[in-house]
Design a protein around this ligand. Structure first.
Ligand SMILES: [Zn+2]
Length: 122
């Protein structure tokens, strides 16, 4: 089977952005679940490695957790143990994690701490 090469470099970037715009940059699988999540991956529905085409009709926009999920399914293995829990960028992967659930955005950081006055607080 002839493997399709994906576009690289500037052309690949332009293609990726154009594809992400189809769903306003949102994950299609999350939208199907009624969630609004930023898509960070353009996924090939049928992987190029499995003979899929690099056409728009064979792609979908996914968030990182969904991309890991479908990739693990497509390639017939579980998400690597090291990838469980936290992504490389430090964000939690689990769709049930509070960060990945839609809803009111809560303050991500603790309130700033006041500097301790010289001599300590009384
Ligand atoms: Zn998603």
């Amino acid at each position: 089977m002839r493997k399709v090469k994906r576009l690289r470099g500037r052309a690949g970037q332009a293609q990726r952005l154009r594809r992400l715009k189809r769903t306003n940059g949102l994950c299609e699988m999350c939208l199907g679940l009624g969630r609004v999540t930023e898509a960070t991956r353009v996924d090939h529905i049928k992987p190029l490695d499995h003979g899929g085409s690099d056409e728009d009709s064979n792609t979908r926009n996914l968030c990182q957790p969904h991309h890991l999920e479908v990739t693990a399914e497509q390639f017939g293995h579980q998400v690597a143990a090291g990838m469980r829990g936290v992504a490389r960028n430090g964000r939690p992967i689990g769709l049930d994690h509070a960060w990945n659930r839609s809803g009111p955005i809560r303050a991500a950081r603790a309130p700033p701490r006041l500097p301790t006055p010289p001599g300590g607080r009384k």
